[in-house]
Design a protein around this ligand. Sequence first.
Ligand code: SF4
Ligand code: SF4
Length: 168
Amino acid sequence: MKALQTDLAAILLEAESMESENDAFRSFLNQQPATLLDQKVQAINETIATKIDCTECGNCCKSLLINVTSSEAEKLADQLQLNLQEVKKLYLDESEGGQLLMNKIPCHFLIDKKCSIYAHRFNSCRDFPHLEQAGFNKRLFSLFMHYGTCPIIFNVMENLKIQTGFKQ
Ligand code: SF4
Ligand code: SF4
């Protein structure tokens, strides 16, 4: 396993210098068998994700539009001791299809780098960056969009370059 990089500024700098390498890697990944790739990514992610402290980062909370389910909105109302209508008015928007969304980016609940409702954060936050889910090579656009800001994605990709033989 490659030495873990957790310095957010260094990751951003490396990402800028690796744009063309990553374009080539993305094309390479598109040609790999999807199931085998998912297995590799999931195994690498299992090691990396436990070593990265999201409460020292918070970058995804500054860039993602978070989906909120009705039951999560109700739990949030309980937690904040507000009623559901107040929570919707203060924190949420509703799409034409009826999906509730956080109404602000960065997220209302991000204080410095930490989530102020971390234990009760939404599934949409918990699931990011979705590396334990199947279909990795269908999400490459979004993953590379966050490569320079999410240390989990960055470190998984750098190890994947080696494990797939893309890079020595
Ligand atoms: S609820 Fe917490 S984890 Fe989710 S986006 Fe907001 S600050 Fe981040
Ligand atoms: S950007 Fe990645 S490492 Fe940072 S808080 Fe989000 S999931 Fe965790």
